[in-house]
Ligand binder design. Sequence first.
Ligand SMILES: Nc1ncnc2c1ncn2[C@@H]1O[C@H](COP(=O)(O)OP(=O)(O)OP(=O)(O)O)[C@@H](O)[C@H]1O
Ligand SMILES: [Mg+2]
Length: 495
Amino acid sequence: MENYILEMKNITVSFPGVKALDGAEFSLKKGEIHALLGENGAGKSTLMKVLTGVNHLDSGQILYDGKSYTGFHIEQAKELGISMIYQELNLVPELTVYENIFLGKELRKNGRIDKKKMIQTSADIIKTLGIKMDPLEKIKNLTMAYRQMVEIARSILNNPKILIMDEPTGPLTDNEVIILFDTMKRLKEKGVSIIYISHRLEEIFMVCDTCTVFRDGHFIQTMDVKDTDKNELVKLMVGRELNNQYPNRIPVPENAGNILEVKHLKAEKVHDISFSLRKGEILGIGGLVGSGRTETLRALFGADNHTGEIIKNGEKIKIQSPEDAINHGIVLVTEDRKGQGLLLNLSVSDNIVMPTLKKRKKGLFLDKKGIGTDVQSMISQLRIKTPSENQIVAFLSGGNQQKVIIGRWLIANSDIILFDEPTRGIDVGAKYEIYTLMNELKKAGKSVIMVSSDMPELMGMSDRIIVLAEGRLTGSLSDADHFSQEEIMASASDI
Ligand SMILES: Nc1ncnc2c1ncn2[C@@H]1O[C@H](COP(=O)(O)OP(=O)(O)OP(=O)(O)O)[C@@H](O)[C@H]1O
Ligand SMILES: [Mg+2]
């Protein structure tokens, strides 16, 4: 008999118009790191929210720590030792590490806040995580990885038996990922069971013991990680063979001229960058987190102030706002779907057409029919999983929200598309579709600038790559058949 902390059987959860989980099962052993895999909308987050008491079962049974349940309340889940690290970290930037760890759970002695004890306990927890961090440091001075550590420290305070991590590595650099994995292994040694959700399949092989695949709300299979490989996992997730990760590269026409020239671009974190973009080209921008890649795109899109020259089709243009950029046919697909992109309370359709609404008039009226057709075609091209175009975006799964943003800018009929981490949080099958779409854009004579931390993606899709380090251009690679990861990394750390 295996030693299970959790067994979930025959789990069904529905929302209006959607059966998010349909007879699913999931079993977790004590002290293992268990990956939960599946395409966008497969039901991963929904299952985790059952554990944290956010979602409730239509039917099913949960056996947790020897007792039987048909669901949890939020407070009850916490008390029982089920803890979740949320992707949108809930920390107060102005407060210190220890204050955040103890937020709402402050220790008292004789009625007064026991600062000393809280700092000491925080230091102890930080030590068990295997990292160095000052409990008195303010959150705003920490990198993403360390902020996440604070979030983990905070949940350790509850002595969790199960720790759930839903796509925790999205905003982390490679080195930071290693730190996180070390911490996870330490927690596992202490007997904590970890459920790990990620679309980066390589990570599964670095840190997980077991994996379970879901597809369309159904349980597919549970395996030992050592008995499987990436191809098999992809096949189980997607439900069909997926042979290539990237479509064939479409060469840029030899006579293609520059559509864009950027000269001496300066903005916050961008220190005098010049480059050009050809018609029908995908220009990749590599570099580490914080190298000024996102800021370069934001400057070109008019989202941040900048100086320097932007020349489009030989003519100098002024971009002082996103509206200017859109009018000049330049759009930005952002990585941060909550912060800069989506209006969560509006429908899929509204979110897709919103920025280009002004262009969508027929006479005095909105061209509703045209909009409907375009939205439908985006939903099917990008395989956005939604019961209808009128569904509120907040109810879509994370990856499907990302697709809505992509759809928004593809519909905008622009000729330069700036992509910032276009496939973050997107499942393997849908990634391929987005790459195919990029190629379609190329074929249509449009140009793409793509920032990506995913090295294989950067090399697999770009025609040319420039590399930034601390806001300066430190490398340029133009031989697409022989891109080298070493060369990109060397330029990226050339400070
Ligand atoms: N509160 C809700 N109301 C309506 N539908 C919902 C709600 N929560 C989830 N869904 C739907 O349930 C399905 C499963 O969503 P879930 O968030 O569990 O997917 P996921 O596997 O986590 O995907 P991703 O990898 O994109 O994060 C999706 O079709 C989603 O739109
Ligand atoms: Mg999810």
